[in-house]
Design a protein around this ligand. Sequence first.
Ligand code: TYM
Length: 325
Amino acid sequence: MRILTGLQPSGELTLGNYIGAIKQMVKYQDEYESFIFVADLHAITVSQDPKELRNNIKSLIAIYLASGIDKDKNTIFIQSENIYHANMSWLLECLTPYGELGRMTQFKDKSLKHQNFGAGLLTYPVLMASDILLYDADFVPTGIDQKQHVELARNIAERVNKKYGDIFKIPEPLIPKDGAKICDLVDPTKKMSKSTENPKGVIYMLDKENVIRKKIMGATTDSEMEIRYDPETKPGISNLINIYASLSGLTIPEVIEKFKGQNYGTFKGEVADLVIKTLIPIQERYQEIINSHELDKILDEGRDKTLEIAKKKYLDLRNRMGLGR
Ligand code: TYM
């Protein structure tokens, strides 16, 4: 069985990215054949500074390794170094109704935020479907925000299989129970996101210890005193409970039991301690890895291995569609 996921190198990674995707990959890497890549072709759906993009790509690979993604248990690669992702995407775009893409909630949100965006912002979920379907992935670890895109990949796979025969495996999203959507600390009704303007609401994986503590201690909560899980009426406290549960491995009821009767300040302090205990060792390893030469070798191997797998799948569909000779 295979798992596969990708993250965009479009800025500094957040605690949400870590909990929604990376931590899950680390958890499942012993169980499944694992593929993790840098979705750089996805990042250019909005304007990117070339120099910054290249730095972010390298930094993302170092974060994967520093977070515990084992190079011997994972195939690690850069999406744009494998030409079959974009090639497959074209075939699938021609097999995907335009209307289906216009209904994707992320497209609706992003197209309102950006002006003069390129057509890639609309077709982006088909590229994501290609990423997944090229490798016959059984499971796709992600946060809840990508669930709709994985469902689109399933629809595309089913449609293509019906028309051209059994080509694709039908993938399933793998969404963490408690960390499916880590929210912004200032506005806990919103997703914690790389692209949010106010950095106080976002914990970046490379934030310094004192910055992490300050952000968590300053997180928006409610005027009650009780540590209770209720995302509707207590989104701030519920978000902190989610973070604590995700990082400690405790269930939500266990977290509530642990902090019963404590005040918000004490609880926030404990959440900050746990986030710091999780991220600081990752940051220390990151500093060693980013300056080492091992990255190139890992990426060359990942590129060569995935080119072989992806080429087969691409040619299979290309031939069945009657393209070429
Ligand atoms: P991206 O780069 O926006 O996010 C990377 C991963 O982090 C998860 N995530 C979160 N999880 C919980 N709480 C949050 N606040 C939070 N913010 C982000 C996302 O769900 C995602 O898993 N299109 C994808 C990248 C991609 C991909 C793929 C993923 C391209 N091809 C193929 C899986 C399979 C994206 O933009 O993720």
